[in-house]
Design a binder for this molecule. Structure first.
Ligand code: ADP
Length: 558
């Protein structure tokens, strides 16, 4: 056995050693066995036949037997198993290997023990095992409950996100019709009065749509499903586009709206331009909303460029440019004790001043998450009645070689090539389009939008009808809804693609759906569709996609 040493777990053991010389060896052993006897852990000595030679009080309590009844018996017999030790019994393993073993075992009555089994050596011979076990029943139960609660909360959050996605789907569909019809009527309205009323319908529908999009974003964030794209884009152009979209609103309120982009800020970066614009849209929109006089200014600089140019430059050289964004206003400001609350969902700072402003309290929560997903963090400084500054830094990845590589990213920002420049009979001619959509109002709206651009539209009420119509006629392109009775858009697409394998050819299919979760888009593409437009359909987006198809047809024919 080991030499006696001071045990920090036994009160007075240091003293005991100090005074060892003045005590006899048997005194010391008596004190030690007293300490072991009163330990909360169960301590049992087993001999080479696994028989119990000694047990402390905690072990006797566990077996509900006095020491005399335990001595000479084998633990598994005492536990009511006549011939067999517990599976993975650490004591047995020590006897077989002569090495320390540890395991967690469950016992009748739901007890769980962490068992440490140490070999006892004497003169080079293994003479038995000392088993020290700790009751971890409560801890295990607690851990299991925690795990269960975590799983339940993940499932609840998932079903909430699904619910939000479904509700927003249901709202987007009629909104598609309201917005589209209002736009059509607005363009052909005969009196200013009608135009004014229609503008109110359009504005309110747009506001509702923003709200629905925010809710959907929030549900994606909570379900961990918000994904950012990585594309090359022109940073100053993306920022200027958003700033200038507020020019009219600022002018109407008599506010100055300015932007300054430092010359060190790189032009072409890699990231998610649309999500960055969404953040700027929220922050500049708030700036204008909460400011009655003065100005709203947006500024972009290379982070730390003033204080530590070399560091910023170093990062830039490593292919990363940290760009510092700041959006300042001279508005009502935010009380200092409420500053940290503004980023929480559905939080609006209640004050006499804010009563006049409409909003949902979602914009900043979403912006904060988006900035974090982009690798930054959104902060705010504000002085009541003086103004606020929201700021964040995004470490943008730079394009390694800008030469010749900018084309891909700029396709969307670049003015579209005029179709007149292409030499083909297809150019300017309308497309034969098969519109697969079950809702009569959506059919009507989309048909009107397409016919306005000279396309010819045939409608099918579901996937099955679409297959029939495809056999009967010739089409350039299919616009396909997803959720439809009888045969949905995914199944119809699968049939079309399978048939093409035998017959040849490949008709472009554009999914047209109000489902806006990333996995829905994945599903469409997996099913063999080529593009995806989300509802409510933005007429300009639809026209642009159709134009792209026409261009690619022209290129194929050339
Ligand atoms: P919303 O503007 O829709 O209410 P946000 O999440 O964008 O939601 O903002 C939350 C709250 O933070 C606002 O209601 C307002 O009280 C406060 N806030 C945000 N931006 C500003 C700002 N620039 N100036 C003053 N208060 C602001």
């Amino acid at each position: 056995m080991k030499k006696d040493t001071a045990n920090p777990n036994i009160p007075g053991s240091a003293n005991m050693v100090e005074n060892a010389s003045s005590r006899t060896r048997s005194d010391l052993q008596r004190l030690q066995s007293l300490a072991v006897s009163s330990m909360a852990e169960k301590v049992v000595y087993h001999d080479m036949q696994m028989k119990i030679r000694w047990a402390n009080r905690a072990a006797c309590d566990f077996y509900r037997l006095p020491l005399e009844k335990m001595e000479g018996n084998i633990c598994y017999v005492l536990l009511g198993r006549s011939t067999e030790e517990c599976r993975n019994c650490p004591v047995k393993k020590v006897l077989q290997t002569g090495e320390f073993h540890q395991d967690i075992l469950s016992f009748p009555e739901g007890k769980t023990l962490l068992i440490n089994a140490h070999p006892i050596w004497e003169d080079g011979n293994l003479i038995g095992v000392v088993e020290v076990s700790l009751d971890i029943t409560e801890r295990t139960k607690f851990e299991e409950e925690l795990k269960k609660a975590k799983n339940e909360s993940a499932a609840a959050s998932e079903s909430k996100s699904r619910f939000l996605a479904n509700v927003s789907h249901e709202i987007r569909t009629p909104m598609n019709v309201i917005l589209g019809m209002a736009n059509l009527l607005y363009e052909s309205a005969h009196s200013e009065e009608h135009q004014e009323y229609l503008k109110m319908i359009k504005d309110s529908a747009s506001f509702l749509l923003t709200l629905i999009n925010d809710l959907l974003d929030l549900s994606k964030v909570e379900a961990g499903k918000l994904e950012l794209s990585q594309e090359h884009f022109n940073l100053p152009a993306a920022v200027e586009k958003i700033v200038s979209s507020f020019a009219l609103q600022a002018q109407e309120k008599g506010l100055r709206l300015s932007s300054s982009i430092d010359e060190n800020v790189p032009q072409i970066v890699t990231g998610d331009a649309a999500r960055l614009q969404q953040v700027l849209f929220n922050l500049i929109g708030n700036g204008i909303k909460f400011t009655e006089q003065g100005e709203v200014s947006v500024s972009l600089t290379l982070a730390d460029a003033g204080e530590d140019m070399s560091q910023a430059k170093k990062q830039e050289r490593n292919g990363v440019a940290p760009v510092f964004f700041s959006i300042s206003d001279t508005g009502i400001g935010i009380p200092s004790d409420k500053l940290d609350r503004v980023f929480q969902s559905f939080t609006r700072i209640e004050s006499v001043d804010t009563h006049n402003y409409e909003g949902t309290g979602l914009g900043l929560a979403i912006s904060k998450t988006l900035v974090e997903l982009m690798g930054g963090s959104l902060g705010v400084k504000s002085v009541e009645n003086k103004g606020s500054t929201f700021y964040f830094t995004i470490p943008f990845t730079l394009l390694q070689d800008t030469k010749g590589k900018t084309e891909g990213f700029s396709a969307a920002a670049k003015p579209e090539e005029s179709p007149g420049e292409q030499s083909s009979e297809l150019v300017g001619k309308g497309l034969e389009i098969l519109l697969v959509e079950d809702k009569p109002m959506n059919q009507k709206l989309t048909t009107v939008l397409l016919e306005k651009k000279g396309h010819h539209v045939i409608t099918a009420n579901n996937g099955k009808e679409a297959l029939d119509k495809l056999q009967a006629g010739r089409f350039d392109l299919i616009l396909m809804d997803i959720n439809m009775p009888e045969m949905d858009g995914l199944e119809a697409t699968a049939h079309i693609r399978a048939a093409e394998k035998n017959l040849g050819g490949r008709i472009p299919i554009i999914a047209m759906t109000a489902s806006a979760m990333p996995e829905d888009r994945e599903k469409c593409l997996m099913a063999g569709m080529d593009y995806y437009v989300s509802k409510p359909i933005n007429a300009q987006d639809l026209y642009q996609i159709l134009e792209k198809f026409r261009q690619s047809r022209v290129e194929d024919l050339a």
